[in-house]
Write a protein that binds this ligand. Structure first.
Ligand SMILES: Cc1ncc(COP(=O)(O)O)c(C=O)c1O
Length: 443
């Protein structure tokens, strides 16, 4: 039987080496998407697929937003490209100002990148250079957290806590990095609704690392307020505040990686606001342009920015940047996206939808192999009991079954992550949970 969809013979699928994909499995039975509108994708054959993950945590205002298309087209016709080094263009400054207006109070300067990974490496470089500008050049250590995901650059995989990276590229890890213990504890927190009750004390692990390395050698701590890519790990109540106060105690910069929590996922524009904890540096990407054009950003506090603005005025203050930093089309997409978020009040909509979403995801409790359900805002994790000797197989089976039934979900190991667009309506929640529950019962 030929499993290829029309127009895609196997030979045509060979050249493209797909990222984070089981290439041979995919090419044996491809899952193609051809069109997208609102909450749905459509396959080349015209089958509708409900998007349960906002593309990849990025299409927060839903697919096919005409305002973004028009803004990008207009920008391309006006000026396709402008060099970002020693030159400016209006949209870059407008977008920086628009971002600062919705950002946590005090994060008032923006450095543009092209992805979450670049934002993370930029943030780490800024943190190291910050201490140097202050004459504190011995602060070279970076602390991440187990089960953290900070993209795929060498900096990001070093501070990240994913075993697959550490196994494959052990020699490529940047030196001087250590990790806090993760906060995932199903034994105490299974089936939590909202932030888990137990585990604030895990922030004290920072004391252990300070005792080991001495604060005078540590530059920064980087964490995701909610870890998404390693399977929706929520911060225990009080944990992030404790981490903030320990960073203050020891003079460490706190970096929040908000690549997935940014732009309304938790019910506030950023998780820092939702959890009322101010980082010194914050990364974002994804929802910044509603996924339409690649772009990321790093926001920093006045304290950080001003530390760099001390040398001779003609000197370049930060020896860093990308050919496509603040690309005009990305800025146009960003401005149009932020305008949609503002007009439709999407950055706080997750708060309104969260009770219905929570109720729906927790209805999966009791289905075969479901060992935990957890949620916050419009994000949920459903953890499954792994098949003995085959980690990830159970959830991947559910992923395939969902796709067959018209639903796109995301899985990491044996954890299913849901992160629908912020425009989701109750009927979509019913459809999403209905299909997922059938797929889980099938497994
Ligand atoms: C927290 C976090 N940081 C960084 C990244 C990397 O972003 P990108 O894939 O745009 O490089 C991701 C991607 O999912 C992420 O979740």
């Amino acid at each position: 039987m030929n499993a290829q969809p029309a127009g895609h013979p196997a030979s045509e699928l060979e050249a493209y080496w797909m990222p984070f994909t089981a290439n041979r499995q995919f090419k044996g039975k491809p899952r193609m998407l051809a069109r997208a509108s609102g909450m749905y994708y459509e396959t080349p054959e015209g089958r509708k697929i409900l998007d349960g993950v906002a593309g990849l945590w990025c299409v927060n205002a839903g697919h096919g937003r005409r305002e973004i298309t028009e803004a990008v087209a207009r920008q391309l016709e006006t000026m396709d490209y402008a060099p970002p080094f020693q030159m400016g263009h209006p949209a870059a400054f407008e977008l920086a100002n628009a971002l600062v207006r919705i950002a946590p109070a005090g994060l008032d300067h923006v450095f543009f990148t092209n992805s979450g990974s670049e934002s993370v490496d930029t943030a780490l470089k800024i943190a190291l250079a910050f201490h140097r500008t202050k004459g504190d050049a011995a602060r070279t250590r970076l602390l991440g957290r187990e089960r953290g995901y900070h993209g795929v650059g060498f900096g990001g995989i070093s501070v990240g806590g994913m075993v697959a990276n550490r196994k494959v590229w052990p020699a490529a890890m940047i030196p001087g990095v250590d990790h806090l213990s993760h906060t995932h504890d199903i034994r105490r927190n299974a089936f939590s609704r909202g932030l888990p009750a137990h585990g604030a004390e895990l922030a004290e692990d920072l004391e252990r690392l300070v005792a080991l390395h001495d604060a005078s050698t540590i530059a920064a701590v980087i964490v995701e307020p909610i870890a998404g890519s390693t399977g929706v790990v929520l911060p225990p109540q009080g944990y992030l505040k404790r981490l903030r106060s320990l960073c203050d105690k020891y003079g460490l910069l706190l970096i929040f990686d908000e690549v997935i929590t940014g732009f309304g996922r938790t019910g506030a524009p950023f998780a820092a606001q939702e959890f009322d904890v101010m980082p010194d540096i914050m990364t974002c990407a994804k929802g910044l342009t509603n996924g339409a054009i690649p772009m990321g950003a790093v926001l920093v506090s006045k304290k950080v920015y001003e530390a760099f603005m001390q040398g001779p005025p003609g000197a370049i203050e930060l020896f860093h940047g990308y050919t496509y930093s603040a690309h005009p089309t990305a800025c146009a997409a960003g401005l149009a996206s932020l305008e949609i978020y503002r007009r439709e009040q999407l950055l706080t909509r997750a708060k309104q939808m969260a009770p219905a979403f929570e109720q729906a995801v927790h209805s999966l409790r009791g289905l075969p192999h479901v060992i935990d359900v957890r949620n916050y805002g419009l994000v949920a994790g459903i953890e499954l009991d792994p098949v003995a000797g085959s980690p990830g197989a159970r959830a991947f089976g559910v992923y395939l079954e969902c796709f067959e039934r018209g639903l796109l979900i995301r899985t990491t190991g044996d954890i299913i992550a849901l992160s629908p667009a912020l425009i989701i309506e109750p009927k979509h929640i019913d459809e999403l949970i209905g299909v997922l529950s059938q797929a889980l019962q099938q497994g």
